[in-house]
Ligand binder design. Structure first.
Ligand code: SF4
Length: 151
């Protein structure tokens, strides 16, 4: 039985601490790219050139990630998330990521960096496993996959 069988509390306070000041990868799936490119009315190719970078994955592969600023803020952070409605699944699903949900030992420390964890809305086990399923199903774009939707 997972430790979150009775659900977990989380409500994002939009404090932005997970979007700023620390380097990290924000991977994009095809759905993410479609939503974001649509938000900017750009082709996939132009959106990737303007806002993305290729980052190493598993030694010999590269995944598509959002860029970050020189101070490590997310490229779309500017007094808050500028693409909140179209933000990537990775951001939508936080903190219900597999390694954070691995055990209470992983979940509790995450709460030290995120004031939304263990407060606010109670998410049922079904909601949580729904996020896990989506994260597993959405395929992150890798460099050799770029025949996406013919755009
Ligand atoms: S650290 Fe937590 S509360 Fe703050 S923006 Fe990120 S998810 Fe929201």
């Amino acid at each position: 039985m997972p430790f979150y069988d009775a659900g977990l509390q989380f409500s994002c306070t939009r404090c932005s601490s997970c979007c700023r000041k620390e380097s990290g990868f924000v991977y994009l799936s095809e759905n993410d790219l479609s939503r974001l490119a649509n938000e900017f009315q750009m082709s996939y190719t132009d959106f990737i050139k303007a806002w993305c970078r290729w980052v190493p994955f598993n030694l010999d592969r590269e995944r598509l990630s959002l860029r970050e600023k020189t101070n490590f803020d997310c490229i779309f952070w500017n007094e808050g998330c500028k693409v909140y409605q179209a933000r990537p699944l990775q951001c939508r699903a936080f903190p219900f990521w597999d390694f954070v949900l691995d055990s209470v030992k992983a979940w509790e420390p995450a709460g030290k960096d995120c004031p939304g964890i263990n407060s606010g809305k109670l998410h049922s086990k079904e909601e949580i496993t729904g996020f896990l399923r989506l994260l597993e199903e959405e395929i992150i774009i890798e460099r050799d996959m770029l025949q996406i939707g013919g755009r």
